[in-house]
Design a protein around this ligand. Structure first.
Ligand code: BEZ
Ligand code: FE
Length: 308
């Protein structure tokens, strides 16, 4: 029998896992083991430190509920979600609007609304704004009947799911018209802190990070024959545009709230305009490009997988 030492351990594990029938699973797990072992060697990980890591991940799991996804938050704050998004963008057959984070607050249950509807149940005086633009292909051809789902926080920096999970608010699904136009009434987004009361927030605090996201509005856009776009628009004047705690913001997704845009379809309202470009669907789009999901859907999958 081969002697197992810190130098031979990685190969021993890889040899044993070589029987994995699914080639992609084999590739992913082999790379994960190689990098995990390299990480332990690099920092000379002690048993006490690894137990702390295991306790941390246990707490992350225990903090997942149908309305909270602490693992997505962990992936986001470590930059892994943004990295996976960037890699996904590179698999497109043509370059559309770039992806940004889906985040942990997307929900499947979102009302379908007529163009121009207000998505917020509470509108503070002076906070209302219009959000409009076109959905096109990468050449600028308008896409009619595209689905544009938007969601954001209220003025208090909280999502509906954090305040009152029973009632969808600050979110809506719209369709584009024959010229690819979408139009939403909303309130100006505000910057907010990610949830800091769980293990991921504790990690962020321990690292001396601020935990803030710049003000933004999320988008999930789809049209038959085009790759689904998960993105967000960020307010350019937000102080955290350049140091988003989850690495989602970028200059190409930065927008201004314009007080008197003559092209805004709702006269007298400040407005944000952004045209969304969808890439045609390619072979890479057979599986979802979303890094994230409705937290309730993740919990349902878990219940289905674990017979009681
Ligand atoms: C969000 O934008 O909804 C979000 C993204 C990542 C972590 C927390 C919140
Ligand atoms: Fe958000």
């Amino acid at each position: 029998m081969r002697e197992l030492t810190p130098d031979t351990m990685t190969d021993a594990v890889l040899d044993q896992m070589a029987s994995t029938p699914d080639p992609r699973m084999r590739e992913i797990m082999a790379a994960a083991v190689k990098h995990l072992h390299a990480f332990a060697r690099e920092v000379n990980l002690t048993p006490g430190e690894w137990i702390k890591g295991i306790e941390f991940m246990t707490k992350v799991g225990q903090n997942c509920t149908p309305t909270r996804q602490e693992f997505i938050l962990l992936s986001d704050t470590l930059g892994l979600s943004a990295l996976v998004n960037g890699l996904h963008d590179r698999t497109a057959i043509e370059e559309g609007t770039h992806t940004s984070l889906l985040g942990p607050f997307y929900r499947d249950e979102t009302p379908t609304l007529p163009a121009g509807s207000q998505i917020a149940s509470r509108v503070k005086p002076g906070s209302e704004c219009a959000l409009y633009g076109r959905v096109t292909d990468v050449q600028g051809k308008p896409l009619a009947n595209a689905t544009v789902s938007v969601w954001q926080t209220g003025a208090d920096g909280l999502y509906d799911i954090q305040e009152n999970p029973e009632t969808p608010d600050y979110r809506g699904v719209f369709s584009t018209d024959a010229d690819g136009r979408y139009l939403v009434r909303t309130v100006k987004p505000v910057g907010y802190s990610i949830p800091m009361d769980g293990p991921v927030g504790q990690m962020v605090k321990t690292q001396g990070r601020h935990g803030m996201r710049p003000a933004h509005i999320h988008f999930l856009v789809g049209a038959p024959g085009y790759r689904e776009l998960v993105t967000a628009l960020y307010l350019r004047d937000d102080p955290h545009l350049a140091d988003d705690v989850v690495f989602g913001s970028s200059d190409d997704l930065a927008v201004d709230v314009v007080p008197d845009d003559p092209d805004c379809p709702i006269k007298g309202l400040p407005s944000i305009r952004f045209d969304l470009k969808l890439a045609r669907e390619g072979a890479a789009d057979k599986t979802s490009g979303r890094v994230g999901s409705d937290p309730a859907a993740i919990m349902k999958q878990k219940e289905a997988a674990v017979p009681s």
